[in-house]
Each structure stands twice: as C-alpha cells, then as structure tokens.
Design a protein around this ligand. Structure first.
Ligand SMILES: Nc1ncnc2c1ncn2[C@@H]1O[C@H](COP(=O)(O)OP(=O)(O)OP(=O)(O)O)[C@@H](O)[C@H]1O
Length: 406
C-alpha cells in the first residue's frame, strides 16, 4: 500500500523507514550494468531518499550543470523500489523516444531511466537510481507568482500532462499524485515540464488485466488530500480516471488560487464529500471557483468528460485535449509549445518589459488569469485578483460520487 500524504504533501513516515546517510561529492556508484556514476552535491531530499547531481564517472568534478540525478534510499525502503519498478518497465530512453516519434510529440515529460543498483557504505546497503536531472518545481513558481497561473499557461501545461498521463497509462501505470510540486521545469528549457515522483504509481493493469473496483476503508484518502481522486478517498485502487480527475483539481487550483475544500484539509471526510457533491454539480463547482461571467468553460467540460468515465474505461485523451485546445482558441491562443511562467508575478503581470498593476475590478479570476498578450488582444484592461474561495460551502447534492458507474 502506498504511503499516505498529509495535506501539505509530506508523506506520513512509517517508523521503520530510514533516511539515507549523506554521501560526499565524488562518491562513485556502480550500477547493475557495471556502469559507473559519480555524485555531485545533494540537490533534494524526499521523505527518506536523498537526491544528488550526477554524471558518468570521469576525472571531472560534477558541477551544477550535471545532466543526471541519482536518488538513493536505504535498500529496505519500499517506495524507491516501487518507483524503480516503474522506471525500469516504462521509462527506458528508447521506449520514450519511440513513443514520442510515433505520437509526433516534441518531447514527453517523463524522466528517462539510465540505471540502478545497490551501493554499500559503512556497512549499510543503499538502492540507487539514475534519472534525468531537472530544475525548479512548479509549486515554488506558483507560490512566487502569487498562486495563480494564467489561463493559456494552465491549458498548455495540462496538454503536456495529458501527453504524459496517456503514456504512463498505456504502460499499465497510473501516477496517483499529480500536483505542482511533482512537476519540474527542465533546467535548461523553461518550456518543458516533467512529471516526477513515481513513489505512489500503481500498476492498475498488470499484463493487461485491469484491477477490480473495490472500496477498502483501510486504504482511504491515499495521495495528496486536496487533489486526490474520489476513488482514492473511498479506498479504491487508483485507475486512469483518477489521474485525470486529479489533473482537473490542479487546473482549478492553478487558475483560481484555491480549491473549495482547502479550508478544511485536516478533515478528509469533508474533503471527500465536498468533491463528491461538487462532482454531482460541476456547474456549481465552476460558479464557486470562477464567480461571475466568462468562466473557463473548458474546465467544466473537462470535468464532465472525466466524470463520465467508468472505473476501468480508457480515457478519451484526444477528446480531452480537444476540450483544452478549444479553450485556448476561445481566448485567442493556441498550443505553440511555449510555457512562460514568468509572465505573472505577485499580482503584477509583466510583459515586454511593461508592468501592469492588476486592478481589483475584475470579478472573474479565470479571465483575469489570461496571459497579458491575450488580454491585450481583447483590449480589455482587466486585472487579476487571486480570489480564493475562502469559505466555500459544497453545494447540496445527494448523489454518491460516480453514481452507478464502476
Ligand atoms: N529529476 C530530478 N531533477 C531535479 N530535482 C528533482 C528530480 N526529481 C526530484 N527532484 C527534487 O528533489 C526533491 C526530492 O524528490 P523526491 O522525488 O525524492 O521527493 P518527494 O516527493 O519530496 O519525497 P517522497 O517521495 O519521499 O515524499 C524534490 O524537491 C524534487 O523536486
């Protein structure tokens, strides 16, 4: 069973798991294919693993530009083992290359797996895994930008996430924990985003056989509470529809700043019943998150399409992409592969060196969150106020989430 996460996204630590000791820069690890890798400085720490910059072993010191990272955990820890299984099965460089070519993608935001092995140090055994190295995570960027992303950015970002999810799903896995802190921007190309942290991935369809729908109270609320799917709240093993539902919640949060249940994340039952009630009344969800006119209609349509999916149904990825593409079109934009997260900072939109103070007159966060060029095109001087739904109440509804669809 994957570990649960708290509202802040940190995993609750089973006491048995240990944190890896810190290795000095220059430590050389040999993977199971006898390839040697050299560690640089640590760049991250997860619940139990440490992450180091790394490169193929040579006489050179590993600098800040290193192309790889190595994740190290004590070998008895389960999560890296599950994550490693995913990478070995589904993230080999040639697999990703083949998929990208056959699906005509400019890139696919799944980190590539380069090797793994066991390393012994001071009598302790460690498991390690080598993957591509990336840059900043989107949660930090989101917070630095005043907790709002522009509508074109959200739609283009989500199109890339659908590419990633389709790939993962077609390789028998679901991610289960899509959120800004698990999305990293490429360290050299700010237009490329990558989904990381496959510690909660679940093989929903081993050897082509889909897991059965089964509610299990012992597994309730797995994932990150604010975004996790209704299935996960009910203790059902995650499936493809759950990943897309999670993406829907992320899109809403990125566009309007706050999900309606965010004021009570310590109460999983409340979060779960809010999602179920709003799921039964998506127009109410849209009204709560985007009050007033000019809502991002594509988000409502996306959520409706996801709600229609049965537990084991293959999502209509093309149709879902089309919904988001129509959204882009409706605001005079298109999927040009550009992701400029730098356009909006702390309530001030910057564009071509100009700064435009955001007005408070806008009653529509969705439209307010359009990129400046789009807003300029429409010749409207609306600003954006990151209006959170501070005391939202879930609409009254009587359904039980997905109704009879299983
Ligand atoms: N490929 C990568 N390149 C650069 N930084 C990364 C990469 N993968 C993860 N990170 C960063 O390293 C840190 C730890 O990542 P990890 O996946 O271990 O994290 P976590 O989700 O915080 O931990 P846990 O899975 O134990 O809860 C995070 O800050 C993450 O953004």
């Amino acid at each position: 069973m994957p570990p649960k996460k708290t509202a802040t996204g940190a995993r609750k630590a089973p006491t048995k798991r240990k944190l890896a000791e810190e290795f000095p820069a220059g430590e050389v690890l040999t993977d199971s294919a006898k390839k040697q890798w050299k560690l640089g400085l640590p760049i991250g720490q997860g619940g139990f693993g440490r992450l180091y910059l790394a490169d193929e072993n040579s006489s050179r010191t590993i600098g800040p530009d290193a192309p790889y990272v190595i994740k190290v955990e004590p070998s008895e820890n389960g999560p890296l083992f599950s994550e490693l299984k995913f990478y070995m099965r589904a993230a080999k460089p040639d697999q990703i290359q083949k998929w990208s070519t056959s699906h005509k993608l400019k890139y696919l935001g799944v980190p590539r797996y380069w090797g793994s092995g066991l390393h012994t140090k001071n009598g302790n055994s460690y498991r390690f895994m080598v993957i591509d190295r990336f840059g900043q995570d989107l949660q930090k960027i989101f917070e630095n930008k005043g907790k709002i992303f522009g509508r074109t950015t959200v739609l283009k970002l989500s199109l890339r996430l659908i590419d990633i999810l389709e790939y993962i799903h077609e390789h028998e896995y679901v991610h289960g924990d899509i959120k800004a802190s698990n999305i990293l921007v490429h360290h050299k190309n700010p237009d490329q985003v990558f989904l990381v942290d496959y510690g909660l991935t679940y093989r929903y369809c081993p050897d082509g056989v889909h897991k059965e729908y089964k509610e299990d109270p012992r597994k309730c609320h797995n994932g990150t509470i604010e975004f996790t799917s209704i299935d996960a709240h009910k203790g059902v093993s995650p499936s493809r529809r759950g990943d897309l539902e999670i993406l829907g919640y992320c899109m809403i949060q990125w566009l309007c700043g706050k999900l309606p249940w965010e004021n009570k994340l310590s109460d999983p039952g409340y979060v779960s019943s809010s999602k179920i009630r709003y799921g039964d009344n998506i127009s109410e969800l849209m009204e709560t998150c985007f009050p007033g006119k000019n809502k991002p209609e594509e988000i409502g349509k996306f959520m409706e399409a996801v709600k229609e999916l049965s537990y084991s149904e293959k999502p209509p990825y093309l149709h879902l992409r089309d919904i988001l593409l129509q959204g882009l079109k409706s605001i005079g934009s298109k999927d040009d592969g550009k992701l400029d997260f730098s356009l909006c900072e702390n309530g001030v939109v910057t564009h071509n060196g100009r700064k435009r103070k955001l007005a408070k007159v806008n009653d529509n966060p969705a439209e307010e969150s359009e990129e400046p060029e789009v807003a300029d095109k429409k010749k409207k001087s609306r600003g954006r106020a990151a209006k959170a739904t501070s005391s939202p109440t879930a609409p009254k509804g009587r359904g039980r989430g997905r109704g009879k669809k299983k």
